[in-house]
Design a protein around this ligand. Structure first.
Ligand code: SAM
Length: 268
């Protein structure tokens, strides 16, 4: 059976469309999200409403952001959802999530994300972290492993450091390709990201943390001394108590923040 016959819509690869069709997995994801009226509930990429329908069931209003105009039209006509949905047609990567804030409520954001934009989308969302209560995302399993990696592991990288700076990261469940139509070529997993109310390692200048991690992980096989030589000297490393001979994946989130704060204080 073609996707079109099965779904009534031809999946568009350029929009990362792999639709969830496994009701057991859908129920488990919606239970993890636990939609409620005390938060502003936001779904990215509702598609054919596999998560949207069960998520909207127990709440008054659900905001959705969808890029594909055909899918937006379908959602506008959806008999059960049309009174509950606030639909924004557009690119979630460009979306100002702050515009959704009202009544002092925080956002809960979820979605089975288009895998081609999931990393930049998470970076975009981190910039709204203080307004978000939690996020649940279906991602490539490999990305979930990166988000939740510990220092010293192969998966530990820039995304890990930035995600764990902003959020507590909890892998929720693994999802096989057969749970989607069409099936993606990779394994998937759902992750919960809970932004810290009080960050354990506050950073004085987030741009500095972003540039240090980007530079440090630019060449993973090189030492910190080599990668960061434009920014920090051996003397700086010894004031920080960090061994400059280590590789970037051996450095903890708190140590990256310490480097950013050290540079910030040195520059002002
Ligand atoms: N939520 C549906 C499901 O679970 O079956 C669809 C998930 S599908 C993996 C990704 C969805 O995100 C598609 O509906 C796609 O059109 C939409 N999408 C792709 N790029 C987007 C973007 N930049 N902003 C918002 N939505 C996007």
């Amino acid at each position: 059976m073609s996707n079109k016959v099965h779904l009534g819509h031809t999946a568009r690869k350029r929009f990362g469309q792999n639709f969830l069709t496994d009701s057991n997995i859908i129920n488990r994801i919606v239970s993890a999200i636990a939609p409620d009226n005390d938060h502003i509930m936001v779904e990215i990429g509702p598609g054919l409403a596999a998560l949207t329908e069960p998520a909207a069931e127990s709440i008054d209003r659900l905001i959705v952001i969808e890029l594909d105009r055909d899918l937006v039209e379908r959602l506008q006509r959806h008999p059960m959802l049309k009174d509950k949905l606030e639909i924004h047609q557009g690119d979630a990567l460009q979306f100002d999530f702050k515009q959704l804030l009202r009544d002092g409520k925080k956002l809960k954001v979820f979605g089975n994300l288009p895998y081609n934009i999931s990393t930049p989308l998470m970076f975009h969302l981190f910039s709204f972290a203080e307004h978000i209560s939690n996020m649940h995302f279906m991602l490539q399993k490999e990305v979930v492993l990166r988000l939740s990696a510990a220092p010293g592991s192969k998966a530990y990288g820039r995304l890990t450091v930035m995600a764990q700076y902003y959020c507590q990261v909890v892998p929720v469940l693994e999802v096989p390709p057969e749970s989607f139509t069409p099936p993606p070529k990779v394994d998937s997993a759902v992750v919960r990201l809970v932004p810290y109310e009080q960050r354990p390692w506050p950073c004085q200048d987030i741009k500095l943390l972003e540039s240090i991690t980007a530079t440090a992980f630019n060449m993973r096989r090189k030492t910190l001394r080599n990668n960061l030589k434009q920014l920090l000297s051996d003397e700086d490393f010894s004031s920080l108590g960090i061994d400059a001979g280590l590789r970037p994946e051996q450095i903890s989130v708190s140590q990256y923040v310490a480097m950013a704060n050290y540079l910030y204080n040195k520059r002002i």
